[in-house]
Write a protein that binds this ligand. Structure first.
Ligand code: PLP
Length: 499
């Protein structure tokens, strides 16, 4: 019934008093919303947001600052630049003098705050594309000529972007938007752990050189969307440098590792990147709409600079001069607050705790005959699948056939959908093409990103899946040592199907 009210829209005369509208929100919108903060909703890359962000949200809305220009965001322009400098230092660790000079300097750009990782990645490749063709005055740039004429002018056959087959699909969007073409995104294969195969990268770069292709950028992913794997950034940076290509690291998911003394080494080589994407609305726990593109060279974004008669003038100090988005709200306040209230130390502890939980879950899965751990987690995403009793021995002995895998794929897809529909717990799913040649493997995907998820919640999610599987397969799944039983009733707040 509630669902119908949402589907039908608010009935009755309009306008209505705000109190009436608020009743509608309380009655229909909130109960029908996805419960992103449930600790048993472990399938998304966004989860709980700290309470103080809601308070700041009211301030942001009331102030309604526009970060496109300084005169509409006097304080926030300064805070945004400060926050960007903190993140820049975490990646590039330049000296005090560097930050004293560039943090508030109008001519310098340490980073650009965007509404999402997609925009950050597109902006990185926009900068890379323009820099690749040289920027000899407005009338000679690729911005002016267009990509086809620029290729002819510079004698290249085509422009390409190289990334792994696990790179985020926003790279495809960027290739389309920038006129490079999706077919010119060269996807290098990954190993079983989801990391780019370095030998194949080198061979791809060599092919491009021989064919007269311009490599716009080589992209490493630090925390892939599928499984959180991290490409060999250090070696990739060296390959990119030798090829004269822009090196971009998409650390939308993996960036908080920068703040962990224990795990920072996993990002070794990120400092070689010309640009880095960080999604603050993922593991920095900011409200949605916060992503950062950092640039190593503060002058690099000049190749995307725009000016108008009425704002963004050369000496204006307007951040909108060098960003893809125009008008932009006060996300800077959330970022600045996160970096001061939770702080780098807090973010380090949070990511360490998330990784600890992912390892705990993997350990449980390994011990349970009913499940198969598919990819040992590099960070805090766990890929696994349910095995029905009839296929457990074959799986343990590595004798699963193509047909067996097809059966498993169907069963696991149904388990995921039924669990999602029941609404007591949630994991997502993905399909892996890198585990068996010619055999796609459907994986259940647990994202351990919610600080409130406990061991008992993980047990609940797995027990729920075993019960669903039991119903679907029609026979009781064998339990191992009772490792995974429901420990507590479902969290009160988890009401949505896609919590
Ligand atoms: C690795 C990676 N890059 C980029 C993105 C795109 O981010 P957004 O959804 O904020 O545009 C995602 C989103 O999940 C991602 O996982």
């Amino acid at each position: 019934m509630l669902h119908n009210e949402i589907a039908a829209g608010m009935q009755g005369p309009s306008p209505v008093p705000f109190s009436t509208y608020l009743e509608f929100v309380g009655r229909s919108v909130i109960p029908e919303s996805s419960n992103m903060s449930s600790p048993r909703c472990i399938g998304h890359m966004t989860s709980a947001v700290p309470g103080f962000m809601a308070t700041l949200g009211e301030v942001v809305t009331a102030l309604n600052q526009n970060l496109v220009k300084r005169e509409a965001s006097r304080a926030l322009t300064i805070l945004e630049r400060q926050a960007l400098a903190i993140l820049h230092k975490a990646v590039y660790n330049r000296d005090e003098e560097f930050y004293a000079r560039h943090t508030q300097d109008d001519a310098s750009t340490l980073g650009i705050l965007n509404s999402g990782g997609t925009i950050s990645n597109i902006t990185a490749l926009w900068i890379a594309r323009n820099a690749s063709f040289g920027h000899c005055g407005e009338r000679e740039s690729v911005e002016d000529l267009g990509i086809a004429a620029a290729l002819v002018r510079h004698g290249y056959r085509r422009a390409v972007i190289i990334c792994s087959s696990f790179a985020h699909y926003s790279i495809q969007k960027a290739a389309g938007v920038l006129g490079i073409g999706e077919r010119n995104v060269l996807a290098v294969k990954v190993d079983r752990k989801g990391c780019m195969d370095l030998k194949e990268l080198e061979a791809t770069v060599e092919d491009c050189r021989r064919s007269g292709d311009r490599i716009i950028a080589i992209i490493g992913t630090a925390g892939t969307t599928d499984c959180g794997s991290i490409d060999p950034l250090y070696d990739m940076g060296a390959v990119a440098r030798a090829a004269g290509a822009h090196f971009h690291v998409d650390a939308a998911w993996g960036a908080p590792l920068l703040f962990s003394d224990r795990f920072r080494r996993k990002l070794e080589g990120i400092e070689l990147a010309d640009s880095v994407t960080i999604d603050a609305h993922k593991q920095f726990y900011l409200p949605l709409g916060s992503s950062i593109l950092l640039v190593r060279d503060p002058l690099a974004p000049q190749v995307i600079e725009k000016q108008t008669r009425y704002m963004l003038q050369e000496d204006s100090g307007d951040l909108g001069k060098r960003s893809l988005e125009g008008s932009r709200g006060g996300a800077a306040l959330f970022l600045h607050a996160g970096l001061h209230v939770i702080g780098p130390e807090g973010y380090g502890l949070l990511i360490e705790d998330n990784i600890r939980k992912a390892r705990l879950m993997s350990w449980k899965l390994r011990k349970m005959a009913a499940f198969e751990l598919l990819v040992p987690p590099e960070m805090n995403i766990v890929l696994y699948r349910y095995l029905p009793p009839a296929l457990r021995r074959a799986a343990a002995e590595g004798r699963l056939t193509h047909a067996d895998n097809a059966v498993l794929n169907q069963l696991n897809e149904r388990i995921q959908k039924v669990q999602s529909d029941q609404g007591r717990a949630f994991v997502s799913r993905t399909t892996l093409l890198n585990l068996h040649p010619d055999t796609p493997v459907l994986a259940l995907r647990a994202v351990l990103g919610n600080p409130f998820t406990t061991k008992a919640d993980i047990d609940f999610v797995l027990a729920d899946q075993m019960e669903i599987a039991e119903r679907l397969v029609g026979s009781p799944p064998a339990r191992t040592n009772g490792t995974c039983r429901p420990h507590s009733p479902m969290h009160e707040e988890a009401t949505g199907t896609d919590c």
